[in-house]
Design a protein around this ligand. Sequence first.
Ligand SMILES: [Zn+2]
Ligand SMILES: [Zn+2]
Length: 402
Amino acid sequence: MKHTRAVFASTAAIFALALTGCPPEPEHVHQWGAWVQTTAPTCTEAGVETRTCALDATHTETRDIAALGHNYGNWTVTTPATYTADGIETRTCSHDATYKETRPIPQLFYTAVSATNLETWLTNQPDNTAETPYIVKLNVSELGGSSDTAGSAGYVLKANNNTKYVSLDLSGSTITSIGNSAFSYCISLTSITIPDDVTSIGNSAFDHCYGLASVTIGTGVTSIGNNAFFSCNNLTAIDVNPSNTAYSSTDGVLYNKNKTALIQYPAGKTESAFIIPNGITSIGIYAFFSSGLISVTIPNGVTSIGDAVFYNCYSLASITIPNSVTSIGGQTFDRCASLASVTFQGTIPADNFGYDSYGNYWGSPFNGDLQAKFYATDSANGTPGTYTTTAPVSDSSVWTKQ
Ligand SMILES: [Zn+2]
Ligand SMILES: [Zn+2]
């Protein structure tokens, strides 16, 4: 034990001698100066800053300065848009003008002064899509007759069906009416603005305008013909100027001014449920034609539901006919392929079931044998209650009274 300790002591002595034999440089606490930028940062590259020790200038430290990033100013127009081409606007980085961003300015509108002018211009434009229609201001004194007449605006648009989509603004026109079928089957018409001087919109004026998404009606329209917007399956809004004295709109739905008549629910609206406002007493012909609504609430107070009002409402699942209803027109719920439950809260005279306003029988308001089942017990007035079918189809459902 004693021997071992002696060996350890002599090893420690040799080690101590090695350390003191070549003494280290005396250290100091660095006295750092201020950070000084030695490489400037750019928009995209970090810079460098350095500090130096006051006691020994060979002692330095460095660290990064964060890149500046871009500081873009306002967009300025560098190439104005025209009616044939997009324009360009540009913005420049305030740190480094070599950094620029550009973006297109949408093409402007074209002003046509006649149907022929519109046709010539459209012919020279490339095809487009419904999402990027040509904005055309049509400034004319007449539309040129029915849509089947060469030289009319409707004819021009029809001739370009599916290839040249047009948003038409008639605000600069001096026309006072839009004739019957004026734009019928103009499926490339995406929207239309009807000026304040127009007082009438004819029957079927826009029927089957499958591309028509919005209609703006000015102050002057006092008459809208039957089926004016029939089968406009992509129509989402009919907006009436609030100063119009004959018509009104709420959420794109067309009513008469005092909201006693619902005239047109745009078929392209995407809501699944609609509550007809209180105060409505009548629902016009084809008002909900082809809408995708699943649920429609008819308020008590409605007395008549017109012809084909819900025709082809393919998603409509059930309906309640309030006690106040005294007539239902022909084919009103025809082609409602999902309709599985109908509740009659009151009776309806058989003479008012399936007839139009001229007394002509249009056909049963409901598909299948619901008319027969409703009048099976009381042939004059029908029997209130809920009728259901387990296999709704578009035209041959078999109904059972619950
Ligand atoms: Zn130092
Ligand atoms: Zn920059």
